[in-house]
Design a protein around this ligand. Structure first.
Ligand code: NI
Length: 158
């Protein structure tokens, strides 16, 4: 496993649409392991492959609860319900936080890393994370949908 280099604000790749995964091979498994390690290194709750420079529809999410890291390949949001106003950041925008409106609930389908098609009914933070990461796969960034005037720069504590 290895830490991959993150792509940051201003990198054109972040605006590109990622491609469907067609085969789950060793190379993809390595990418997934590296994405999880990279997300953990930077204390993120989610990471999309595009953020490490790979335009594949793969996201990893970890809420640091008993569910462990979740891997979603080719995720599709099939239903959303309600709204939540939430504070949000992104590993590609270090130290920047803003309020955004996300769905309160999300039903998503995805393929897990074993190739099994799955469905998740997510609420609260998980719904927010899935919506944020699926946006990345479509080249959409949270910074373009923030509630005006809510952007804050917060320096990390040493
Ligand atoms: Ni992000």
């Amino acid at each position: 496993m290895a830490i991959r280099n993150l792509r940051y604000e201003g990198d054109d790749i972040l605006k590109k649409k990622s491609r469907e995964v067609e085969v789950i091979d060793d190379k993809l498994q390595t990418l997934i392991d590296d994405m999880i390690e990279t997300m953990h290194k930077y204390n993120g709750v989610g990471l999309a492959a595009v953020q490490v420079g790979i335009l594949k529809r793969v996201i990893v999410i970890d809420l640091y609860d008993d569910k462990g890291p979740i891997v979603l390949i080719n995720p599709i949001i099939i239903k959303t319900k309600g709204e939540q106003e939430v504070e949000e950041g992104c590993l590609s925008f270090p130290n920047q936080f803003a309020k955004v409106i996300r769905p309160a609930e999300v039903v998503a389908e995805y393929t897990d890393r074993n190739g099994k098609r799955m469905r998740v009914h997510a609420k609260e933070l998980l719904a927010q994370a899935i919506a944020h990461e699926v946006d990345h796969l479509n080249g959409e960034l949270f910074i373009d949908k923030i509630i005006p005037g809510t952007l804050e720069y917060i320096e990390p504590e040493e």
